[in-house]
Design a protein around this ligand. Structure first.
Ligand code: ATP
Length: 327
């Protein structure tokens, strides 16, 4: 979207470190001169424990009325009665493309993960002796994710389709459709088996630019890429549909460090920068990205990256830097 009215953003801080990193991201956004009208929603495990509902139908209706969602993290307990809030939001808003950029000393690539089908289609049965999960891949699902990936690859260098089509028939369709789309759009492309991609991410990361892959493979390769960069706490993502979007750091609610004030806020700050870009405020987005690069270069980092600073200290340093830069 574009235009200069103040965008209305559904704010879902969530559980664990979610509220801590979102608070930081909002402070940095403000210092970068980004204006949003934040509409807060109490969604997640905390609310489920209190009321029995993690995300209500009314919440969904209200969220659909706003421009986009800024999401922290939500704890999903291993309770069959609890439905994953993030999976529901992705499904209800039809956010089929998960875009995950990874940029650092060793990596400069984007993973485009199909978000609605594959092994996360929810077509499952479990009995005492046998359990099944159907890996659903459709032409429509493959085509639209390939189109999103090609849009990105056109602005960059090339597309790599990551799959396991030598074993999985479902991936033969995925690969075929991705190739068709890339050919039609004139995007340079190649492809790689997922096991080779996992290996090459570590030994030959320069082989990659934009990767497009199915749901579970994208999930796993993203965490691997985050590990290569040094921390899950650094990485951002956008969940995109045709005209809706949800932005979130790729990390979870990290219950082991919640409440300690040491969470790395950079993934949430970068997710907010991606949101401002999508909302048609590229200058705010760029200021936030520049400030993050400065913090990383100067060692103004939290302990997950070997630094000695608390979330609040990193946030204040970034906000001060942005305020100084604007004078
Ligand atoms: P989920 O199932 O929601 O993905 P998880 O526990 O598997 O949750 P995370 O919550 O992302 O995954 O945490 C994985 C590890 O990474 C934990 O040790 C956590 O403390 C660490 N971690 C995650 N995010 C951050 C962050 N922002 N800053 C510092 N450490 C983090």
């Amino acid at each position: 979207m574009s235009g200069k009215r103040t965008p209305k953003v559904a704010l879902v801080p969530g559980d664990g470190i979610g509220p801590e990193v979102i608070e930081s991201a909002l402070a940095v956004l403000q210092a970068a001169g980004g204006e949003i009208e934040a509409v807060p929603f109490e969604v997640g495990l905390g609310r489920w424990k209190r009321t029995g509902t993690a995300l209500s139908e009314e919440d969904l209706i209200a969220i659909k009325d706003l421009d986009c969602v800024l999401f922290g993290a939500i704890t999903t307990p291993p309770d069959p009665a609890y439905k994953s809030v993030l999976l529901r939001l992705r499904k209800e808003l039809d956010l089929y493309a998960n875009i995950r950029p990874f940029k650092g000393q060793r990596l400069n690539l984007v993973i485009v993960r199909e978000n609605t089908e594959g092994l996360y289609s929810g077509i499952e049965t479990i009995e005492d002796e046998e359990a099944r999960t159907v890996r659903l891949i459709t032409r429509r699902g493959s085509r639209r994710i390939a189109e999103k990936a090609c849009d990105l690859a056109k602005e960059r260098q090339k597309l790599t389709v990551v799959h396991k089509s030598n074993v999985l028939k479902s991936d033969r369709l995925f690969l075929k459709v991705c190739r068709e789309v890339a050919l039609k759009r004139g995007v340079p492309h190649d492809d790689m088996y997922v096991d080779a991609a996992a290996y090459n991410l570590i030994v030959r990361p320069e082989a990659f630019d934009v990767l497009v892959t199915t749901n579970l493979f994208g999930d796993i390769l993203s965490d691997e890429a985050a590990g290569i960069l040094g921390s899950l706490g650094l990485c951002a993502s956008a969940n995109l549909g045709d005209d809706r979007a949800l932005f979130e750091p790729i990390h979870g609610s990290a219950p082991d460090i919640a409440g300690k004030g040491i969470a790395n806020p950079i993934g949430a700050i970068r997710s907010t920068a991606m949101m401002m870009q999508w909302l048609g405020r590229p200058e705010v987005s760029q200021r936030m990205e520049d400030a993050v690069s400065w913090a990383l270069q100067t060692g103004m980092t939290t302990t997950d990256l070997g630094g000695s600073y608390a979330t609040r200290e990193v946030t204040e340093a970034l906000a001060l830097r942005l305020t100084d830069m604007s004078h």
